[in-house]
Structures are given as C-alpha cells and as structure tokens.
Design a protein around this ligand. Sequence first.
Ligand code: FES
Ligand code: FES
Length: 187
Amino acid sequence: MEADITLTVDGRDCALRVDTRTTLLDALREHLRNTAPKKGCDHGQCGSCTVLLAGRRVVSCLVLAAAADGAEVTTSAGLGDAEHPHPLQQAFLDHDGLQCGYCTPGQICSAAGMLDEAAAGWPSAATPPDEGADAAPALTAAEIRERMSGNLCRCGAYAGIVAAVEQAAASGAGGVHSGAAPQKGAR
Ligand code: FES
Ligand code: FES
C-alpha cells in the first residue's frame, strides 16, 4: 500500500509517494537523495540516522515516513552550511570530534536535540536528584555522555565529541536553531 505524503526537509517542501512500510530514513536517503542521515544498524541501536523531527531528535530508522506526513525534518545538512556552520559543526571540527565521520551527522543532530532538552530542564539518568526538574541541569561531561549515549562511534572519537558538545553548550548557542536558517526551496 502506498501513501502520498509531504515533508519539509531542511527548509525544502517535498511531496513523495512511499510504501507505507518505508522508514523516514529510507524516504530521506532513497526518495529524496538526502544522504546526511546515515544507515548504520537500521534497528534503532546506533544513532547514526538521527534527525530532528519537529525539533526533537529521533532515530529515523524507527519512524515510518507516512507517520511523519506534514512534518518538518532537519538533518545535519540543514543545521548549517560551509559558510555558516552550526556551532556544533564548528565545535566538532575544533575538537577533532570525527574520524571516519560516519556517525557525525547523527551525533550533531543528537547533540542539537539534547542541548535543547537540557535547556528545557529535562533531567537525564545522570542528573543529580537534588537538581530541580524545572532548572536546566549543568552539562557536565557525565551529563553529556549520558545524553549522547544512544549515538555510537566505531572510531572512538568520544573524547572529542564530549569536548565539542561542551564548547557548543558553553557558547549558549548549540541548540536546534543556532545555525544558518534553512532556506525555503533551497538544498
Ligand atoms: S540506523 Fe537508525 S539507529 Fe542505527
Ligand atoms: S567517527 Fe567513525 S564512526 Fe564515529
């Protein structure tokens, strides 16, 4: 069974027909040729396919494209560009947070989502119980590691990744809306 859906991907409005079993990851990569999100495990375990769906991070291999009909999707390619990199993209470069780079788009989308979650006061398993639920928790290295734990890196670039997220968090400009504004109709 097929469905006609629309998505706004990195600021570009897209109409596509998909099999209702098609994942958002496959719709992005195979239908829209947006190869920023990577397919690692295809089972929700590695985080390499992470994108922002309506501003929240999701593993796109576990979302059906038809269920995302009408939604705004931001991939790492939509967070910034070569001239105006997102603070997280710049921080990953500054701190060598990538080796092969395969996990990097998912790491950056996940970090953008988690910085917004932390700023909104969402606690993690690493948040001390005495920190109030409504206050933004301090983004210690332990907090960053816990919040990024769904994103695996086979190269072991974790030390650089933590340093990069710390830099973006300290700049106060690391969340979803900190990069170049996606251009309507542009890719
Ligand atoms: S490809 Fe989606 S979590 Fe691994
Ligand atoms: S940099 Fe190679 S998998 Fe992460």
